[in-house]
Design a protein around this ligand. Structure first.
Ligand code: F6P
Length: 415
């Protein structure tokens, strides 16, 4: 391994962290493209394998053998059209170097440990033989990068990835539109089987804290009920009543798009749910960033079970010659799989290209972001904060109108 300290050579690490998503390889390719055209110095791009994993080893264990195992110099000549491929060639992990901080309660102790870890992580650039790093990931990965920059002064730039689209600093993260398209396609497809059997389908769509995926795919496919984390639902009002109104209007099948992170409001949870309680939600296992693993709750199946038990709705449907049968489907990782769509290929290329440009210009502590149609650098700390669907969003108004207009416009036929 050649050592740095050569002013004409810049060794830039790149890693992908958190859940995979379509477009990660496009970012890597974009970064390589920008590196390949730089004439002022030789820019070598070093792929770092499996997210933050290698950063978690104590410095004493960062031997040449281990570093070689976790790093790989990327040669653009061998990676033609990498942006067209799904997943990440660098592998990924949910390794959280700041895991120990989450266990501390005292804010001062948390701050002190965060600083210590941030400094330690930044000093490992030397052991990894890199001058700068591009970290590609969601709020967790970007959060780690932000702390490394803030406390350790690391030469770091982040790229906002996540199918959840829940990062504050950018109009869109890459991966979102591929995920939303996959979910929309499945919601579209399920209408044929729902129609054939005259069934209710409860479809669980990924999205931990934010409902962007469910809202976009639900609107796009014309889902009949859309349940989002941002607006805790009332089972009677938002599900049962809508199903009854639809049955009354003559509809024979129904699609409910339910976000992974959607949950009933406390009153509805207490009143309408026998299959889950607040305790179950609190007792959910957590990932290394402390996020509850919501898929374990499986809200779609809970809704299916609660609906199945409701003889009153069944009778209401029967009286209107409507069949009453429910199924639930979890889209899960199918939504993150496969090749990126056009939008994410191009956005990924742009993020990667610009991230490498910021590194070459020495603009650290930034996150690439989409502002309208332009790629702009934003502060990494601010940019990597969470962004949920604003409650005054026009998208929510359109959702309400779309859901109610179907039964409202047909009610008269059955009076
Ligand atoms: O953060 C992206 C995401 O896809 C969430 O929507 C989901 O809750 C989570 O990742 C699932 O993570 P994992 O792949 O670790 O099960």
């Amino acid at each position: 391994m050649e050592k740095r300290n050569n002013n004409n050579r810049l060794r830039v690490g790149i890693l992908t962290g958190g859940g995979d998503c379509p477009g990660l390889n496009a970012v890597i390719y974009g970064a390589l493209l920008r590196a390949s055209e730089e004439s002022s110095k030789q820019v070598e791009v070093v792929g770092i394998i499996k997210g933050w994993k290698v950063f978690n080893f104590p410095k004493s264990e960062l031997t040449k053998e281990l570093v070689d195992h976790y790093t790989q110099v990327l040669d653009i000549g061998e990676l033609d059209d990498l942006h067209t491929k799904g997943g990440t060639m660098l592998y990924t992990s949910r390794t959280n170097p700041f895991k120990a901080v989450a266990k501390l309660k005292d804010p001062q102790e948390r701050e002190q440990l965060t600083k210590k870890i941030g400094e330690d992580l930044a000093s490992k650039f030397q052991d990894l033989n890199i001058d700068a790093l591009i970290a590609v990931g969601g709020d967790d990965t970007c959060g780690v990068a932000a702390a490394m920059y803030k406390y350790g002064g690391a030469h770091i730039v982040a790229c906002p990835k996540t199918i959840d689209n829940d990062l504050a600093g950018t109009d869109f993260t890459f991966g979102f539109f591929s995920g939303a398209q996959l979910a929309s396609n499945t919601l579209d497809n399920l209408t044929t089987t729902a129609h054939s059997h005259q069934r209710i389908f409860v479809v669980e769509v990924m999205g931990r804290d934010a409902g962007w995926l469910t809202l976009y795919s639900g609107l796009s496919s014309g889902a009949d009920i859309i349940l989002l984390p941002e607006v805790p639902f009332d089972f009677e009002h938002d599900v049962v009543d809508v199903l009854k109104k639809r049955a009354n209007a003559g509809y024979k099948f129904h699609i409910i798009a339910c976000s992974e992170g959607a949950y009933p409001n406390p009153e509805s949870l207490e009143r309408d749910f026998t299959t889950i309680s607040q305790k179950d939600i609190e007792a959910l296992p957590k990932d290394s960033f402390g996020n509850p693993i919501l898929s374990k709750l499986n809200m779609a199946s809970k809704i299916e079970k609660e609906l199945q038990k409701r003889e009153d709705i069944k009778q209401y449907f029967n009286e209107r010659h409507a069949h009453y049968e429910i199924r639930s489907v979890v889209l899960g990782h199918t939504m993150r799989s496969g090749t990126p769509n056009v939008y994410d290929r191009v956005l990924g290329l742009r993020y990667g290209y610009h991230a490498m440009d910021y590194v070459i210009q020495g603009q650290f502590g930034k996150m690439t972001s989409l502002q309208g149609t332009e790629i702009e650098p934003v502060d990494i700390v601010e940019g990597s904060k969470k962004r949920l669907i604003p409650l005054d969003s026009d998208l929510l108004k359109i959702k309400e109108a779309m859901i109610s207009v179907k039964h409202k416009s047909k009610e008269k036929l059955f009076k």
